[in-house]
Design a protein around this ligand. Structure first.
Ligand SMILES: Cc1cc2nc3c(=O)[nH]c(=O)nc-3n(C[C@H](O)[C@H](O)[C@H](O)COP(=O)(O)OP(=O)(O)OC[C@H]3O[C@@H](n4cnc5c(N)ncnc54)[C@H](O)[C@@H]3O)c2cc1C
Length: 1009
């Protein structure tokens, strides 16, 4: 008996032979497309610019715009193929109309190579041709990411129309193989589940399925009536479990339980693909009705890899290409071995993968008419032809739609065709030998651990265009710090942990928490209740309320502890923070749950807060090690001068409720690690969170008096301690009103005061995002909605003013309002909620007052209805016709209220964005490199965000803090933050004796303790 490998080689050789009989380039269309692809494969930097240009082109409205972008993307390129491009750019400048037209036509041509038609009538021309070639079809409706339920409903309706049209137009068509045709209906529709529900949240599969199922029903009923087949495509990993679950619930029960014409995709590049496939097969067996699986490698490799790297997550996809190939083969066998229950479709252009499937089918004895090969429209034509010639069943995947929604699909195909590791490039562009291409992928897997980053769009490559010259820059120092990963709620196990934590924390409702002064628990007569803003009759806990006597006691305890703590080696202090970080990590679900109840934070936001607290501890510990050792100022014979830092003394930390653990922890840990002693006061609305943080530090072993916990009223103990002669430093985050009072009061020197008080003051913002005329509107709206309404608009970084260029205005508004209307508002105990309650009744009333102001000043364009009856829920609200001088455009509202301001052009947009008292965060959404550079240079904000949301700063990566009336210019989570907590000192010693001096003085010395 022949070995499988030799069978694969033989079959592969036959395919190659047939392919080579009809020589075809990789890119069947010659001309522009071919040249672009060749250049892209030669030069990674060109490729990035090229794909970005292709991405923006359909949204450009006139030739001048096209030429401007062409110039911005390519004019700066000085090397390699540049002369041709430079000439192109120069010509384009001279005759913009013609060049714009030609470019658009060429890119449309490129897209048409992969998009089979604009609509059903259009695609039928292709399908008829394929029928003549004995190739079947599956049609996929292209769509942009849906932002609203309106868009999702439209997609569902278009699917149904398409089905009906295809059925009508193909009436009388028969199966090309005329065998086992009942398994392969002629009409086959591929559906993207993410396009059917705009609020899909991986943490909440139940909600997603509850919304998806009713949208699918009419499509499925239509398909059943028309004898069609429905396939669920698979998209990003975040949606994978929901898609699988949806498939199983839809077809596992009810009216479609015995309907065999349903299929789903399994992506072999996923590490958990085999488990999913086996689970599906078990499910299918129990169901007792046939179903189908299309096996692919997966189209989102770059996205998944980048996203995991950014979030510090385990990467769900294999890192080495041969691993995906080998897994494809493993899964091929699983599918074919279970042929009696599952019909296999192999979606690959790789001749090795195809030949392997043929060989395994042959080995098991499965008739070729009982499975099929599926290939993409516009790709690998010769392979399709070869397979038909060999008597296999071939189906082509035909995307249908307009150019603009098709752009992300086009870019995925371009990536695939130019990928260094792709089969098509190797075979058709680089002419790699058949022998090499047919090798067993298992032999190619490197066994020495993870492969190095090898993606075609590595993050470094993506950044290149921003660099004017190629000089290599030293890595940023924050780079060495590894952030604590966020919990990935894609995993059921993590959802379970969070649910359990909520359950457990609920049992502790009503507990009382003491003050902690000098290491002792102190109870007072007065207790402050902390309520659940989603259900104000629930008391999360009670904090002991400190009065002046306790405040005095805390100052004394902190003062008393200062001497020893200030002389404790920094290494010991850093380790204390690291122990605290470990405890926070251990308790992260529990602490997140407390935040859900006490601060009304949605799951993801609560978890991000704990991550940030962990990061503050570890990052500041690292920074202290950098800062702690006295450093020689200059190498001078006979003299040594060491620059070093002393702590300032007693630090008073006043934190807000909106990041109830992170900000409190950040300020307190910075104080402690620098050798100060600290009194921390949590916000009155988040006492339980504060008490939890104190527990963490106590468990970590903070010495008595070094960290004191004082809950109580800001107006009483806060004011008292700010004015106190024995308080040397105040770290405050909160409102402008209180911040300015502190700033002023700290400027007064009181009798007996030793130090000039240092104030670290972070206040609010009136943050703006500008949407440029060429922005990707889907992304712009997504980011705007998240920035404005995420955590109910209660982040200091939240978007409050959306500045739209006149040109764009209608197009943005048309999608923005339905997107806001689709948001899930409710109790954040439920996993998929994005908008919960505001913090308390006072905030609730204040925000409602602002909404009234808005109604009198501007136009109420949208306000949500159907809010939960209890709790402090404010409807997401959007005002239009807002002028920059109106109150709602100038004053901080701190709630889910968005003002939209229309401007003439980018000049005016920047002027409006900068025209407030604040400078905290700002955003810009654009695909014009020149405009992006301009905004980077001119936007007045401590944190400027381009093409992303304007919230969500990460410690070390985005040091956070603003200027003007947003703060004193300090950066929490930045490498210079700790300097605010210390005083610099230089110690100089004459080391020469009669001219005899040591030859060298060490660069660093031990601390002066
Ligand atoms: C009919 C059809 C339907 C499809 N439907 C879907 C779908 O629903 N969902 C979906 O995601 N994709 C889908 N695809 C796209 C498909 O994922 C890609 O076309 C396919 O991955 C290319 O694989 P290949 O075997 O043709 O080429 P090959 O060149 O052999 O493989 C390329 C693939 O290998 C993987 N890869 C690349 N680099 C690495 C690396 N360093 N480490 C690990 N793996 C790597 C990637 O998946 C890449 O796409 C479909 C494809 C076809 C033909």
């Amino acid at each position: 008996m022949k070995s499988l490998q030799s069978e694969i080689e033989q079959r592969g050789a036959r395919i190659f032979e047939l392919v080579d009989k009809h020589p075809d380039s990789l890119f069947s269309k010659a001309g522009f497309y071919q040249r672009m692809m060749e250049l892209s494969m030669r030069d990674e930097r060109f490729k990035v610019q090229m794909f970005r240009f292709v991405d923006v082109l359909p949204s450009l409205r006139n030739s001048d715009e096209i030429v401007k972008h062409l110039e911005e993307y390519f004019a700066g390129m000085r090397d390699g193929f540049a002369p041709a491009i430079q000439t192109g750019v120069r010509v384009a400048r001279v005759v913009p109309r013609i060049s714009g037209f030609i470019l658009r036509r060429n890119v449309s041509g490129m897209a048409r190579q992969f998009i089979a038609g604009k609509n059903c009538e259009d695609v039928m021309k292709t399908l008829r041709k394929r029928r003549a070639q004995k190739i079947g079809f599956t049609v996929d409706l292209l769509g942009e990411a849906v932002l609203s339920e309106k868009e999702a409903d439209e997609y569902a309706a278009r699917c149904l129309d398409l089905l009906e049209c295809l059925a009508r137009e193909t009436r009388g068509w028969t199966d090309p193989l005329e065998e086992n045709s009942e398994l392969f209906p002629v009409v086959n529709l591929s559906v993207k589940t993410s396009a059917l529900y705009s609020q899909m949240n991986p943490a909440d599969p139940t909600d997603a399925i509850a919304h998806l199922a009713p949208k699918l029903l009419p499509i499925l009923r239509g398909a059943r009536e028309l004898g069609a087949f429905i396939n669920f495509d698979m998209e990003s990993y975040a949606d994978k479990n929901i898609t699988l679950e949806l498939f199983k619930t839809t077809f596992g029960e009810g009216e479609f339980k015995d309907w065999p014409r349903a299929g789903i995709v399994i992506q072999a590049y996923l590490r958990d693909a085999e488990g999913d496939l086996r689970d599906l097969i078990e499910w299918g067996r129990a169901r007792g009705t046939r179903f189908a699986v299309r096996l692919v490698k997966g189209a989102y490799w770059d996205y998944e890899t980048t996203k995991s790297l950014q979030n510090g997550w385990n990467c769900p996809v294999f890192s080495q290409k041969p691993q995906s190939d080998a897994n494809f083969e493993t899964l091929t066998r699983v599918l074919l071995e279970n042929e009696p229950i599952v019909t296999a479709a192999f979606g690959s252009h790789n001749i090795r993968s195809i030949a392997h499937a043929q060989a395994v089918a042959g080995e098991i004895g499965i008739d070729p008419s009982r499975f099929e090969f599926q290939l993409l429209y516009g790709m690998a034509g010769p392979i399709k032809r070869a397979l038909v010639e060999m008597g296999y069943r071939v189906r082509e995947y035909c995307p249908v739609g307009e150019l603009l929604p098709g752009m992300s699909y086009l870019v995925r195909r371009l990536l695939e065709n130019t990928s260094n590791e792709g089969f098509l490039r190797a075979k058709f562009s680089e002419n790699v030998s058949a022998e090499e291409l047919l090798r067993d992928p298992n032999e190619l897997i490197k066994r020495d651990g993870a492969a190095p980053w090898s993606g075609p769009l590595a993050p470094a490559a993506m950044e290149q265009p921003h660099r004017e010259n190629d000089a290599s820059l030293p890595g940023p120092s924050g780079d060495i710090y590894e952030n604590s990963p966020l919990v990935n709620f894609v995993y059921k196990e993590n959802q379970e942990k969070m649910r359990n934590a909520l359950h457990e924390v609920r049992k502790r409702f009503g507990e009382k928490y003491p003050l902690v002064i000098g290491g002792e628990k102190v109870w007072t007569d007065q207790l402050t209740p902390s309520v659940n803003p989603s259900a104000p009759d629930e008391i999360v806990g009670y904090g002991s309320e400190a009065g002046i006597p306790e405040a005095e006691r805390a100052v004394q305890a902190a003062r008393a502890a200062f001497g020893k703590w200030s002389r404790t080696p920094f290494e010991e202090r850093a380790r204390l923070l690291e122990r605290a970080a470990d405890i926070l990590e251990r308790r992260r679900y529990e602490l997140s749950a407390v935040e859900v109840f006490e601060a009304g934070k949605p799951w993801k936001e609560a978890d991000a807060d704990i991550s940030e607290a962990i990061d503050f501890c570890r990052f500041y510990a690292d920074q202290m090690r950098r800062l702690g050792r006295p450093k020689l100022t200059q190498q001078v014979p006979g003299e040594e001068s060491y620059h070093h830092y002393w702590p300032r003394g007693v630090a008073f930390v006043i934190a807000p409720w909106n990041f109830p653990i992170a900000i409190l922890c950040g300020m307190a840990s910075a104080g402690v690690v620098t050798g100060n002693t600290v009194i921390m006061k949590p916000s009155e609305q988040s006492i339980v969170c504060g008490a939890m943080l104190m527990q963490v530090f106590e468990e970590a072993g903070v010495p008595p008096g070094v960290l004191n916990f004082l809950s109580g009223h800001g107006s009483v103990i806060g004011a008292h301690l700010v004015d106190h002669k024995d308080v040397d430093l105040i770290a405050f985050t909160g409102s402008r009103e209180v911040g300015l009072k502190i700033w002023q009061s700290a400027g007064i020197t009181r009798p007996g005061q030793r130090e000039l008080k240092r104030v670290i003051c972070e206040m609010g913002g009136k943050n703006a995002m500008i949407v440029d005329s060429d922005a990707d509107l889907g992304e712009a709206i997504n980011y705007s909605i998240y920035s404005a309404f995420g955590y109910q608009g209660q982040k200091c970084s939240a978007l409050s003013r959306l500045i739209l260029l006149e040109e764009n205005y209608d197009r943005v508004m048309e999608r923005l309002i339905p997107a806001a209307a689709s948001l899930r508002v409710g109790n954040p105990e439920e996993p998929g909620i994005m908008v919960g309650p505001v913090i308390d009744e006072a905030a609730y009333r204040r925000i409602l007052d602002y909404i009234e102001v808005g109604k009198s000043e501007a136009t109420l364009a949208y306000q949500a209805k159907d809010l939960p009856p209890l709790g402090y829920f404010i409807p997401p609200t959007i005002f239009t016709d807002v002028k920059p001088n109106m109150r709602i455009a100038r004053e901080e509202i701190f709630g889910p209220v968005l003002s939209v301001i229309k401007v003439r052009d980018l000049d005016e947009a920047i002027e409006v964005a900068n025209g407030t008292d604040y400078a905290l965060t700002g955003g810009f959404l654009s695909r014009s490199p020149a405009n992006i550079e301009r905004v980077k240079a001119q936007l007045e904000a401590g944190n400027v965000y381009i093409n992303r949301s304007c919230t969500g700063a990460i410690v070390g990566r985005h040091p956070f803090g603003g200027f003007k009336m947003s703060g004193g210019g300090t950066k929490a989570g930045g490498e210079d933050y700790l300097l605010n907590f210390v005083v610099p000192r230089v110690v100089t010693e004459n080391t020469s004796r009669h001219g005899l001096a040591p030859e060298q003085t060490p660069e660093y010395r031990d601390e002066f303790l």
